[in-house]
Design a protein around this ligand. Sequence first.
Ligand code: ARG
Length: 366
Amino acid sequence: MSRMLHKVCLSILLALCSCSSPISPGEQNLAVIGGHNAMAPSYFAALHTPGASSPFCGATRIDEQHLLTAAHCVSETEGPLAVWLGVQDLGVRPESLPVDLVRIHPRYHTNRLQHDIAILTVSRMSESTIADGIRIAEESRTPPKLRVYGFGNISRKDYIYPQTLQTAELNLVPQSNCLRLGGAYGQVIEEQMCAGELKYGAHDSCDGDSGGPLVTQESPETLFGIVSWGTGCGRPKRPGVYTRVSAYREWIEQEKKGINALPLTEKIQALFYYPLYQSVSFPNGDVRIRRFTAAYQNWKPTESDKEFQVVSQWQRLWDGEAYRLELLQSKGSRYRLRLTVGQRTFEVPAFYTELTPQPPEESTVL
Ligand code: ARG
């Protein structure tokens, strides 16, 4: 829009505003909160459940196969997840790519919303030839001018979700200033940072933006934060709180190299041969696999489902009983684990969460 036109529009807007009660500059803007339409960066992804027409969180591609998002975006979901990569307009969505695995930071704390970070593996992303992802900041020192992207709520008072990706320019709030804002902000840790517009709350992220990227305004864009939480949206002295990604570089690297970097079948095999059978216990006939992350703790007897085919199988004799672990896969790339002990069969109906091997501890007596 030309400057002239802009001025005209602005004066019309001001004239209109003056009829009603005076409002702060913050309230004149909508979007993310106080944002505007954005060209979708190739690293921006929108997280959704397959079949949905709108996303519930954002995510950021960091290399060929991996994305970062907020742990709270994925910690409660049990079913399959998928991403739209580089999506700009929800009316013209790109192909929905399945999320193969989810790894939540081991120190993620639900109530305090700390270490709110998770890694998603989307192997189908590597098929595309477009960019590999955004660079993650190495330094914790964050530039004062930042930018956030998302499909989150654009209204302070209602729930209004945009069709087009939004972006807003934010200011970094120095750590000590943020801590002094009190309330939940007094609990902000070093691995978090605050950004927004303190005076009027004119620019902020909001519900639905979580997991999305907080990046530099200057190019090349660099990833500094992940949208995590805030008290309300776009309120004065209530900035957004972001996971400080540079604090997690090592964890991200480790996750990429460690057992979790193995292809799924090899990984499950590795887990089966090493820690798995130390951790099988049958309190009252229940099967618990302790070494698997919380998501796998409750193995249930389940009806078999024809859609699922055995793709790998491992067997082991232990204590006179045969243990068989099978990995099943459906056409939609959903997985199940089936454990057969003697005549009894148990299944983890669906899993998308990463397996986390733990250091050995005393084995449970059967
Ligand atoms: N927790 C929200 C989400 O799940 C993000 C809230 C961000 N709030 C803010 N005022 N910046 O989408």
